[in-house]
Design a protein around this ligand. Structure first.
Ligand SMILES: Cc1cc2nc3c(=O)[nH]c(=O)nc-3n(C[C@H](O)[C@H](O)[C@H](O)COP(=O)(O)OP(=O)(O)OC[C@H]3O[C@@H](n4cnc5c(N)ncnc54)[C@H](O)[C@@H]3O)c2cc1C
Length: 317
């Protein structure tokens, strides 16, 4: 297959999910006797492009223009589709992240291509390839096959390893077709500044559930997170209660994270939440209910009242 990896960036940084996309492209190229290239879209990309060009891609396409300074679905989709058609790619791959969830279905639609979302493995299928992905919040694996000439895939970054390093490819500037996307205009970006690590990539995360009883206790959770150098995450119950904004939600309809340590505090461990922490290396759960499902996936379980344990942890760390 002739594969194109669509690399993502945000606020001038490459997203960690690119690594999984490149790794999947390397594996798919090896399996199908094909090759892979990478494309990066944005403005002022010279330094970032260098950081991507170390994985053995045949070419690194750079689409660099002021109109790509901020992500807009229409113009970014048109740029990728133009490149796919110009170069004859047969697979388009990206890491599963917020922007790719938006743009990849558009790319598939524009190319008339079949798409599999959140794939984790490649399987042999009658002379071709099929893709495996987790369904039902990670409770089962499903194998899907694409029957169109072009395959569009997003890759589950919590299920795929790091890419192998390789020689740099030829850097090629691509003049994307189309003008400004006039159906949607970028207006402004507002960011919540917390000073804590980014939840999506943090090595340690303190997760708060409804067991904390009220938003007031988030101050104590924050003290624990700061002692650990951790990000704060939460369940949907906490978001629905208005205690934390939506970007803190971990799970099926929130972020999928893969920290080295996930400390689940007052979290029951519903499948929709657990789906977002499948990639965590060590899960420590504090819950007063010994039957709470979180203990089925926890590496360390503390059956206790969180209001007793959390202050003691803060004191000891
Ligand atoms: C379509 C769909 C998508 C969803 N997506 C998500 C998602 O992305 N993320 C997500 O998180 N949820 C999601 N949910 C909701 C999910 O099903 C659960 O309702 C939610 O995760 C529960 O959150 P919780 O564990 O904080 O609350 P609860 O289930 O109420 O659990 C609270 C826990 O705190 C414990 N507790 C209470 N007091 C104490 C104490 N003093 N000390 C110690 N422990 C205590 C209790 O024993 C209990 O286990 C989704 C649901 C649906 C239907």
């Amino acid at each position: 297959m002739k594969i194109l990896v669509v690399a993502e960036m945000q606020l001038g940084k490459l997203k960690p999910s690119n690594g999984a996309a490149v790794r999947f492209a390397q594996d798919l190229a090896a399996k199908t006797g094909g090759s892979f290239d990478i494309v990066l879209i944005g403005h002022g990309l010279a330094d970032l492009a260098a950081g991507l060009n170390k994985y053995g891609a045949g070419a690194l396409h750079v689409i660099d223009a002021p109109r790509f300074e901020n992500y807009l679905p229409g113009s970014f989709c048109a740029a990728v589709v133009g490149l796919v058609q110009a170069e004859g790619y047969t697979a388009v791959i990206g890491g599963e992240a917020t922007t790719s969830r938006d743009i990849f279905p558009r790319i598939a639609g524009a190319l008339g291509a079949g798409m599999c979302k959140g794939v984790s493995a490649i399987v042999d299928a009658g002379g071709g390839v099929a893709y495996q992905r987790a369904v039902f919040s990670g409770m089962a694996l499903r194998t899907e096959r694409i029957h169109t000439p072009i395959h569009v895939l997003t890759v589950d970054p919590t299920a795929v390893g790091e890419p192998a390093e390789g020689p740099a490819g030829a850097v090629k500037a691509f003049a994307a077709p189309g003008g400004d996307d006039d159906s949607v205009k970028f207006v402004e970006r507002r960011r919540a500044e917390s000073g804590r690590p980014d939840l999506a990539v943090a090595e340690r995360v303190v997760g708060a559930g409804r067991g904390i009883k009220s938003a007031d206790y988030l101050e104590t959770i924050g003290t624990l997170a700061d002692k650990l150098g951790a990000a704060i995450g939460s369940t949907r119950a906490v978001v629905d209660a208005g205690w934390l904004p939506n970007e803190f939600q971990v799970g099926q309809t929130g972020k999928a994270i893969a920290p080295k340590l996930y400390l689940a505090i007052g979290i029951s461990g519903a499948v929709q939440h657990s789906a977002g922490i499948r990639g965590a290396k060590t899960i420590v759960a504090i819950n007063k209910d010994p039957e709470a499902p979180i203990f089925k996936i926890a590496d360390v379980g503390i059956v206790a009242d969180l209001f007793d344990v959390v202050p003691k942890l803060i004191e000891k760390i």
